[in-house]
Design a protein around this ligand. Sequence first.
Ligand SMILES: Nc1ncnc2c1ncn2[C@@H]1O[C@H](COP(=O)(O)OP(=O)(O)OP(=O)(O)O)[C@@H](O)[C@H]1O
Length: 196
Amino acid sequence: MASILPPDTRPIVISGPSGVGKGTLYNRLFAAHPDVFTLSVSHTTRNRRNGEEDGVHYHFVTHEDFDTLIASDGFVEHAKYGSNKYGTSKMTIMEQTAKGKVVVLDIEMEGVKQIKSSPISARFVFIKPPSVGELERRLRGRGTETEESVKKRLAQAKVELDFAETPGIHDKVIVNNDLDAALKELDEWVYQPKPE
Ligand SMILES: Nc1ncnc2c1ncn2[C@@H]1O[C@H](COP(=O)(O)OP(=O)(O)OP(=O)(O)O)[C@@H](O)[C@H]1O
C-alpha cells in the first residue's frame, strides 16, 4: 500500500484495556502505510531496561528533569505509576508532527482525560475486547504477565470499559474481535475524509 497521509493529520490517541490488542493493531496499520505514522515516545523516570534505547523506547529522564517539565507545562499528559512518572511531552508531539508524520499516542484513561481537557486537537479511538473473558485469554496467552498482574489489569480494564461509555469521549470505538476486520475498521476510520 502506498505511503499516503490521511486527510486528517491530527495526532491519534489510541486507548483500551491492556491486552486488548492495541499494539498489534497499530503496528499492522504502520506496516500497511510505511513512513506515515510514528508512535509518540514517552518520557519516564524509570530505569532503562536491557535493550531499551533512549529516545526510541522512552526519553529516560531524572525525577528532577521530569518535575521541571511539569512545572513549565511541558506535558500533554503525565501520570505516576508506582514510584515512577510517565508522560507525553508537547515538544515530542510537535517535533514528530514537524517531520510530517501522524503521531499515534498509546495511552491509558487518565492520559485520555488530560488530553481531552488540554488545547491539543486530537482524534480518539478506543479498542474494546469482545468480552472480559476474551481479554483475560489474550492477557494470559501473551505470556508476559504474572497472575497478580493479570488480575490487576482485568480490574483496571473494567474501570476503563465503564469510562469509555461516557458519551463524546471517543470519536470511534472498535471491537477487536476478528483482527483483520478490526484493522480494516481502524484503517478506514483513520483515512476517512476530514470532517468540515
Ligand atoms: N483480534 C485478536 N484476536 C485474538 N488475539 C488477538 C487479537 N488482537 C490481539 N491479539 C493478541 O492479544 C494479545 C495482546 O495484544 P497486544 O499486546 O497488542 O495488546 P495491547 O492492548 O497493546 O496491550 P498493552 O496495553 O498491555 O500493551 C497478543 O498476544 C495478541 O497477539
